[in-house]
Design a protein around this ligand. Structure first.
Ligand code: NAP
Ligand code: ZN
Length: 348
């Protein structure tokens, strides 16, 4: 067992601060990573604010983890000290239920172990995430980090990337399909790039005028200001798939109306309040309203390799640990273009 420095919240909605946490001593199949970068996802904010009522404190968030291997257990064969490696949202699952057998560890029937805020069977208490000096993870849940020119900008792929890649693939975004990306934050801006790399036509759906202006630079073919009914009418009945990344309460009915026959709105955003759907918005046009949750371990590796091949990373603001609370308050206000990543080397 090792004591390492971390940054976390001691209580609900409290500012983050430094404290020590324990990491387990290396088991035979464990990889120990010195964390270089960790992205800040809106889910970290939801958890600190206890939006879902399941947060346990003290909490160390962070699940977009990139670093270098510093040591490996006796039976580890795919990693060696010095390698780049990554850890995303999932760090363990039963491995044998129908979901795990389909590489859908995020739906493990016996409970997916997440990188933070999930019961820790080794040390007791809850798992602590990537806002820390190191992470210890089973080899089979540790990802190989391909080469990216900017490793910090690749960190958000570990959650934002897989969360949008998985539904884009599942709902077959590709040539001849019109894909709407709703909400252009951390997830949304990466979704634009992945959907374009899959050769879909991409339309940005945003509440922010500056993001309409930025949409083309991000790679989209078109953009719609969703608060402007005239602009929305242009796409009525025309979009095949909408990836909804909105983090707050919103009316999905206006987006269902944009769907073509057999189209789907796929929710990945996690507003805390229930969502209401008017019957005719799905009955008409045989439309679907669905959801998706991160992605399995093999799919996450596939996504990392896909993004490396297509040169896809996030637009990031790299922040020092000393600025973490400022980063969280800006994320809350929507003042981020488009992802904060913490430089964990500043946690000394
Ligand atoms: P983010 O960077 O804060 O982006 C969220 C975007 O939603 C904002 O940029 C904004 O886009 C839009 N938005 C926010 N409030 C809104 C409102 N009241 N009405 C309309 N639009 C609003 O967040 P993120 O890190 O991308 O995460 C997005 C959501 O996905 C969060 O709820 C997060 O917890 C969730 N998430 C889910 C999974 C999963 O597996 N399902 C994984 C990761 C994250 P515009 O300015 O363009 O309108
Ligand atoms: Zn996340």
């Amino acid at each position: 067992m090792k004591s390492v420095k971390a940054v976390g919240a001691k209580a609900e909605k409290s500012p983050l601060r430094e404290f020590s946490i324990r990491r387990r001593g290396l088991l035979a199949d464990d990889v120990e990573i010195e964390i270089m970068y960790c992205g800040i996802c809106h889910s970290d904010l939801h958890q600190i604010d206890n939006d879902f009522g399941a947060s346990v404190f003290p909490m160390v968030p962070g699940h977009e983890i990139v670093g270098r291997v510093i040591s490996v257990g006796a039976s580890v064969t795919h990693f060696k000290p010095g390698d780049y490696a990554a850890v995303g949202c999932i760090v363990d699952s039963c491995g044998s239920c129908p979901a795990c057998e389909r590489d859908l560890q995020q739906f493990c029937e016996h409970g997916t172990v997440l990188s933070f805020n999930t019961p820790d069977k080794y040390l007791g208490g809850m798992t602590y995430g990537g806002f820390a000096q190191t992470y210890v993870c089973k080899e089979s849940y540790t990802l190989k980090m391909p080469h990216f020119e900017d490793m910090a900008a690749a960190a958000p792929l570990l959650c934002a990337g897989i969360t949008v890649y998985s539904p884009l693939k599942h709902w077959q975004a590709g040539p001849g399909k019109v894909v709407g990306i709703l909400g252009i934050g951390g997830l949304g801006h990466v979704a634009i790039r992945i959907a374009k790399a899959l050769a879909a036509e991409v339309v940005v759906l945003t509440t922010s005028e500056q993001k309409v202006a930025d949409a083309k630079r991000l790679g989209a073919d078109d953009a719609v200001l969703t608060t402007d009914t005239e602009q929305m009418k242009r796409y009525a009945g025309k979009i095949d798939l909408i990836i909804d990344t909105v983090s707050a309460s919103h009316d999905v009915n206006q987006y269902l109306k944009l769907l073509a026959i057999d189209g789907s709105v796929v929710l990945v955003g996690l507003p805390a309040e229930p969502i209401e759907i008017a019957a005719f918005n799905v009955v008409k046009g045989r439309r679907s309203f669905a959801g998706s949750n991160i992605g399995g371990i093999h799919e996450t590796q596939e996504m990392l390799d896909f993004c490396a091949k297509h040169n896809i990373t996030a637009d990031i603001e790299l922040v020092n640990v000393a600025r973490i609370n400022d980063a969280f308050s800006r994320l809350k206000k929507g003042d981020v273009k488009y992802r904060f990543v913490m430089d964990m080397s500043t946690l000394k």
